[in-house]
Design a protein around this ligand. Structure first.
Ligand code: ATP
Ligand code: MG
Length: 700
């Protein structure tokens, strides 16, 4: 039996007001742990209870994981099956719209989604096509530039507030990039937002349909929405003369994505764009002990650029924050592992009660290793993902090509992996023909095959002068190219159904003889080959888990690829994290909470990050140090009962060992809340004093 939803008993006054104000715009700016996410969850449940159809509700979250959690909470609260409710990230929402409507923009529905590394390859290819050497070109910056152009933050020949200049020499490369995406029937991440906007702006009838459909919109973590996300949201929510039913919640103190173009000025913009907004303040924190909250407030109050808020905890003082000053990162990792083992035993905590937060990805390895050594199961998110491994990418490239053979970037990855005798020369002559015809490689291959089957191969070659000169395809690889075409066609026939995807992927891995490929590639290191193959087995297992999930209604290859493409860094590998310690970047920890939190590497140069120290305040109001302080605030406020902070005295950096200094943010935590942790000894107030005295010296 599901208990009836009792919102009065489970919400405080202001929360209740926010949950029941379902008509008209609502804005909630409130501190960490004050129940913002809870408000959105209960609002949805309340709406469903009132008989508002699931299909009219759209809730936008920051990560896929947060979306899944919210959905399962709503399910718990209402006892309803959720089949038509949309809870997703902005990007996943974009995909949902595009899978329905993209043909209007001249794409096909089986479009590929390019991640950063696909994008990187494509940019390189475009540089080559524009006869610009990629030596000395900062590809990351170039990708950023393209992104800024695409989302309208920069225009060619102009500069933005922080001095970035959009040099017109890159314009032809950008145009080539755009054209190629179109030919490959592929979209990059920005397109997932800009294409729906274009669709809505150019086709009022489509916009009208979606406005009509989503009558109730909610956005969590609103402080980190980008301008382009804001535009999309505004387009949907604004319904002409009618009042918009939109509720956004956020915390300016937790805005940590400015570097990615998020703008908490959206908070200010919102009030202007949605007149008559009901503003609600939430001031009680339900997450953390008074000690943790006081520490967090002590830190964040040093930021000048913020909305002052009151935030209090109804809980008692709780345990002191423990500070540990290990000799180096190995000692730090060992300390964390030991504490976890000890607390699990003494306080009967579970592994998933612990969160270990780091500022930078390169802190992951040492800690992961220590956990492995101590048999502590852990789940990593925010770092290098499982899906970035070479062997996994190979298999996923196959799946992408099966779904969308026009996807040149992925086709090029697999056309000769495993090696099948299609050499560089063949590939480049096919590419030339394809470029000339402004078609994808696959299409060109198909035309060649057709001509050949009709005995008109020479005719096909005549159309492509360059290829004629070279002879396409080279005589010796004709058979191999033909074989590749039939391989992909066979896989397409087999794999595009709605069932048994994991079994089909398994069969595919065998068909292409990937194991043979690994053995040849790693003939000197068989262990590595085995390890890589084990990863593929794990991938197949993951697909099977996904298939068997009762909430998963669409089990097609397309649905799987969508899901994988949209997994953000913060989502980890999308597998359940029950029974595991979470090891994650602070960025990935947004919105989460753990009974026990470790902040590792609280050192000057890590947090605040050295890059932000070098950069100094920008020309616009953005101050990188303040952003780092917000990050530190986010980290502290993830803790419910107990917070550990560690700061190493030395740290290895490439070959050298360098001396480290504690983060200046530590001084901003009121000293009486901290205990200096000395191994094997009771926490000692004198040691804390000494520690701070030493720190002061270092900073003077
Ligand atoms: P963040 O800013 O970190 O995203 P938040 O404002 O979204 O935090 P929630 O995650 O919604 O806060 O809530 C923090 C914790 O407090 C959760 O465990 C939530 O269930 C609990 N909580 C919030 N409001 C109440 C309440 N009225 N009664 C009991 N528990 C509450
Ligand atoms: Mg939240």
């Amino acid at each position: 039996m599901i208990a009836k939803l009792n919102i009065e008993a489970e919400l405080n006054g202001p929360q209740l007001r926010a949950v029941t104000a379902i008509e008209g715009p609502v804005l909630i700016i409130a501190g960490a742990g004050s129940g913002k996410t809870r408000v959105i969850t209960y609002r949805i449940a309340h709406m469903l209870e009132k008989g508002i159809p699931q299909s009219s509700i759209l809730a936008l979250t920051f990560t896929n994981k947060a979306a899944r959690e919210m959905e399962s909470r709503v399910k718990e609260l209402t006892g309803k099956k959720l089949q038509a409710l949309t809870v997703s990230t902005f990007h996943a929402f974009g995909v949902k719209v595009l899978r329905e409507e993209i043909e209007t923009l001249g794409y096909r529905k089986n479009f590929s989604i390019y991640d950063e590394s696909d994008q990187n390859k494509l940019v390189k290819e475009c540089l080559r096509d524009c006869k610009i050497s990629s030596d000395g070109v900062d590809l990351y910056n170039l990708q950023q530039l393209f992104s800024n152009i695409k989302i309208g933050r920069l225009e060619w020949g102009t500069a933005d507030g922080s001095g970035r200049f959009a040099d017109t020499v890159w314009r032809p490369v950008y145009d080539e990039y755009q054209n190629s995406l179109k030919i490959y029937n592929a979209l990059d991440f920005d397109d997932l937002l800009t294409a729906p906007i274009q669709l809505f702006e150019e086709h009022p009838e489509i916009l009208g349909k979606y406005r009509q459909k989503y009558r109730y919109i909610m956005v969590d973590e609103f402080q980190d929405t980008s301008l382009i996300q804001y535009r999309l949201m505004k387009l949907l929510a604004n319904k002409g003369n009618e009042k918009a039913n939109i509720c956004v919640v956020g915390d300016d103190d937790q805005s940590i994505y400015s570097w990615r173009g998020a703008s908490y000025e959206n908070l200010i913009r919102f009030e202007k764009d949605f007149p008559g907004t009901l503003e609600i303040k939430l001031e009680q924190n339900y997450r953390s002990t008074t000690t943790i909250l006081e520490a967090a407030n002590g830190v964040i109050s040093n930021n000048t650029n913020r909305k002052e808020k009151k935030l209090w905890s109804g809980m008692d003082g709780g345990k002191p924050i423990e500070l540990f000053y290990p000799i180096n990162e190995s000692a730090e990792a060992e300390f964390i592992a030991e504490q976890i083992k000890k607390m699990r035993f003494e306080d009967r905590l579970k592994f998933d009660d612990f969160g270990v937060l780091i500022r930078t990805n390169n802190q992951i390895d040492v800690i992961e290793e220590a956990f492995l050594g101590e048999n502590i199961p852990c789940k990593i998110s925010g770092g290098k993902s499982f899906f970035d491994r070479e062997e996994i990418k190979d298999i996923l490239s196959y799946l992408r090509v099966v779904a969308n053979p026009d996807d040149d970037v992925n086709l090029l990855r697999i056309i000769n992996t495993p090696r099948r005798g299609i050499g560089k020369a063949s590939i480049s002559s096919i590419s030339e023909i394809a470029k000339r015809n402004r078609s994808s490689l696959w299409e060109s291959l198909g035309r060649w095959q057709l001509a050949k089957d009709h005995g008109q191969e020479s005719l096909f070659q005549e159309h492509s002068t360059e290829a004629k000169g070279r002879g396409f395809p080279p005589e010796h690889s004709k058979g191999e190219i033909g074989g590749f075409i039939s391989l992909i066609e066979g896989l397409r026939e087999n794999m595009l159904g709605k069932r048994d995807l994991s079994a089909k992927v398994k069969a595919m891995v065998e068909t292409i003889n990937y194991w043979g490929h690994l053995i040849t590639e790693y003939n000197k290191d068989e262990k590595k080959a085995h390890w890589k193959y084990a990863n593929i087995t794990y991938l197949i297992q993951m697909i099977e888990n996904w298939e068997n999930d009762p909430d998963n209604l669409d089990k097609s290859l397309y649905a799987y690829l969508n899901r994988i493409s949209l997994l953000g860094r913060a989502d980890g590998d999308g597998e359940a994290d029950k029974g595991k310690v979470s090891l994650m970047t602070i960025h990935a920890s947004k919105g989460l909470e753990f009974p026990v939190v470790f902040i590792a590497g609280a050192e000057d140069g890590i947090i605040p990050h050295e890059r932000s120290i070098e950069d100094g305040p920008g020309q616009d109001s953005f101050d990188p140090i303040e952003e780092e302080r917000r990050l530190f605030y986010v980290a502290i406020t993830r803790a419910r009962d107990k917070l550990y902070i560690t700061s190493c005295q030395q740290r290895k950096r490439r070959q050298d060992v360098i001396t480290r200094v504690p983060s200046p943010f530590l001084q901003e935590i009121p000293a009486h809340l901290i205990w200096y942790h000395e191994k094997e000894k009771e926490p000692d107030a004198q040691a804390t004093e000494n520690f701070f005295a030493r720190m002061k010296e270092q900073f003077n």
